[in-house]
Design a protein around this ligand. Structure first.
Ligand code: UGA
Length: 432
């Protein structure tokens, strides 16, 4: 089977490379010539542990190729994965599907033999039906099958998530493509992945419902953390106590800053918008979105209180600015709201992130990037641990700054408060 991935963003590149590593021939297509040229040289446009090694290995052994020629690549392939972006529409909450439909039109004129067209991009329920309509205009329905096969990769863990998925979901309304897809995924199924075949619409909705549910779990524990702070309880005890109930499960119950990234904020809005389209009020998800937006304000209010309501001229350090560890992705990171707010209030901000300088802060007054943790924290009044990078998990602050003490606000609950206090630092965390 020859595979074609359209779109070499996160989803397309990671899935394409991993499929090639399973022994398939894969063409990764993108209309960005610069990106394709870099990939051919083994230069990866995103930060993802382990990805560059796999690209180089499979490009060298010719299992993986890169191209800007969509039509030719589609003609040469049996299975086409659509992996282009579905961002939030400007001025609304629904998903902007223009890239999906443009690609579908291009595929439509390249169907020269039976092809399976798969949406791997996160697309609202009924998008597969629309793609089918586009393809049917020029092609006999027997010549293609439109399938939904959502991805559940987490940034920073993407290769592991691809190789050892909890489940593979394939939504198809015909037996032939179901059989082919099951055989494509058989190397993962034989390693223990559960394979679930559903209707196409169900697969589309499983993806949104999963992301919305995970976002709900995080938001839920963040609100419980607020209550813990007022009642002298450690939220980590609550997470453990709840998580031991197998019906609840312990994952995604870590309190912290507002959830961010390229998926949860976008997908929660899009599912609400789909609900509205079908006149269904998804009120739980609506309140999750609201609560998450308010989360940054709550943490900023806490910073204000920690600094005795005197932010002007205070030296504040951010350790980590990405939305989570092991990624260089800044999309919807809560630091994008916190840093501008504090800078506007007159704080002098330094930040250090293992993935380096961020252009997002370049226009802000008094915000500077530092290339070491030591430089970033030197002379600070308040150090905020914003992202849970391993680099921040065993810092000996006492040795690092020799003498000068600052306040630490650990938004990811990395440290033990007693140990930090023993070193002579004032320490605040979340939900304790
Ligand atoms: C998420 C899902 O976890 C993936 O399954 C899905 O495939 C992906 O979206 C997608 O739709 O493409 P990702 O956005 O990479 O993956 O990141 P997560 O690890 O899920 O974290 C999202 C946010 O939740 C981060 O801001 C993280 O810090 C926060 N989070 C996560 C918490 O605050 N607490 C937790 O316990 C877990």
């Amino acid at each position: 089977m020859k595979l074609c991935m359209i779109g070499t963003g996160y989803v397309g590149l990671v899935s394409g490379v991993c499929f090639s590593d399973l022994g398939n021939e894969v063409i990764c297509v993108d209309n960005n010539i610069g990106k394709i040229n870099l990939l051919k040289k083994g230069i990866i446009p995103i930060y993802e542990p382990g990805l560059s090694e796999l690209v180089i290995k499979n490009y060298k052994n010719k299992k993986l190729t890169f191209s800007t020629d969509l039509k030719k690549s589609v003609k040469e392939s049996d299975i086409i994965f659509i992996c282009v972006g579905t961002p939030t529409k400007k001025g609304g909450g629904s998903a902007d599907l223009r890239q999906i439909y443009n690609v579908s039109k291009e595929i439509s004129s390249s169907i020269n033999k039976f092809k399976i067209i798969i949406t791997k991009s996160t697309v609202p329920v009924t998008t597969g039906d629309e793609i089918e309509k586009i393809l049917s205009k020029k092609n006999d329905k027997k010549k293609f099958s439109v399938v939904s096969n959502p991805e559940f990769l987490r940034e920073g863990e993407a290769i592991r998530d691809f190789t050892y998925p909890d489940r593979v979901v394939v939504g198809t309304n015909d037996k032939k493509s179901g059989k082919i897809l099951k055989s494509l995924y058989s190397p993962l199924i034989s390693k223990g992945a559960l394979y679930l075949q559903t209707s196409r619409r169900a697969a589309e909705l499983i993806k949104y419902a999963s992301n919305a549910f995970l976002a709900t779990k995080i938001t839920f524990i963040n609100e419980i953390a607020n209550l813990c702070e007022k009642t002298g309880i450690n939220v980590e005890d609550i997470s453990i106590g709840m998580g031991l109930d197998k019906r609840i499960g312990s994952r995604f119950l870590r309190a912290g800053p507002a959830y961010g990234g390229s998926c949860f904020p976008k997908d929660t809005k899009a599912i609400v918008s789909t609900g509205d389209k079908f006149k269904i009020n998804l009120s739980v998800i609506k309140s999750v979105i609201k609560s998450n937006e308010n989360r940054t304000k709550i943490l900023l209010d806490r910073i204000n209180l920690i600094l005795n309501k005197k932010i002007r001229n205070k030296k504040i350090t951010f350790l980590g600015v990405t939305f989570k560890a092991n990624t260089d992705d800044m999309r919807d990171s809560s630091s994008l709201k916190m840093i501008p707010h504090l800078s506007k209030k007159g704080a002098l901000i330094k930040y250090f992130d293992p993935t380096g300088y961020k252009k997002e802060f370049s226009k802000l007054k008094n915000v500077t990037n530092k290339t070491t943790i030591k430089e970033a924290v030197a002379g600070s009044d308040l150090v905020i641990i914003h992202t849970e990078w391993n680099d921040f998990k065993s810092i000996n602050f006492k040795n690092l700054v020799q003498g000068k003490k600052f306040i630490i606000f650990d938004m990811r609950n990395i440290y033990s408060s007693t140990k930090i206090k023993e070193q002579g630092f004032k320490y605040y965390s979340v939900g304790k």
